[in-house]
Design a protein around this ligand. Structure first.
Ligand code: C5P
Length: 226
């Protein structure tokens, strides 16, 4: 089947840069589809944990990634999309720090990435797609007409995550969070397979010190949708 050429806005960047919230707001504003590609890596890691598959067992992880029984269900504005794995609601389970860390270990494996590639491209449907990830502009949608790379200092990203977790009643240590962020950045940026980096034709936006509304204004302007 010929691939649909519906427009795509890619938003790549490290965790905590505001990507998740901004892409959700942008997709809703434009009435476009949303791809949260990180959720697919998190789901692969979660499926491995639930099935007792080791994070070193590449062939078994590829098998899991290729056969993920996933569905994303829309939720009211401001709430994260509901994520089901095998019909079970795992929305909260995939958002833990451990699941994010395991996702980044699974994501270094090129065959796992290959197993998830077509599933991601299938999200490209009219009227358009907002794609959130690390390699949306570099690998998955290299022909996207608009590419944005959203970043922020590690300290600010740790502070944002700390506030989120505190609001959710989770007791965390900010220094430990900062260290985790640094370790994950290091792994994501230095891996051989689709490392985290801006596409050559990406517009870089630094969200350090900006509110989410200010970030959205800049992203809309960069996307030519202001
Ligand atoms: O964005 P999120 O924190 O949910 O992503 C979890 C992990 O999945 C990232 O740290 C990264 O290693 C991996 N990932 C990736 N490519 C993507 C999206 C996420 O490698 N497009």
């Amino acid at each position: 089947m010929a691939e649909s050429k519906a427009p795509v806005i890619t938003v790549d960047g490290p965790g905590g840069s505001g990507k998740g919230t901004v892409t959700q707001m942008l997709a809703r504003k434009l009435g476009w589809h949303l791809l949260d590609s990180g959720a697919l890596y998190r789901l692969t890691a979660l499926a491995a944990e639930r099935k007792g598959v080791s994070l070193d067992d590449e062939p078994a992880l590829v098998e899991l990634a290729a056969n993920l029984d996933v569905s994303f269900e829309p939720t009211p504005p401001g709430e994260p999309a509901k994520v089901l794995l095998g019909g079970v609601d795992v929305t909260a389970d995939i958002r833990t720090e451990t699941c994010g860390d395991n996702a980044s270990k699974v994501a270094v494996m090129q065959p796992v990435r290959d197993a998830l590639l077509q599933r991601q491209r299938d999200f490209r449907k009219p009227p358009g797609l907002v794609a959130d990830g690390r390699d949306m502009g570099t690998v998955v949608f290299p022909d996207a007409p608009v590419k944005i790379f959203l970043t922020a200092s590690a300290e600010e990203r740790a502070q944002r995550r700390y506030s989120q977790l505190k609001d959710a009643g989770v007791d965390v240590n900010i220094d430990a969070l900062l260290e985790e962020i640094r370790v994950r950045d290091e792994r994501d940026m230095n891996r051989a397979a689709a490392p985290l980096k801006p596409a050559d034709d990406a517009q870089v936006i630094d969200s350090t010190g900006l509110s989410i509304e200010e970030v959205l204004v800049r992203v809309m302007a960069a996307a030519g949708q202001a």
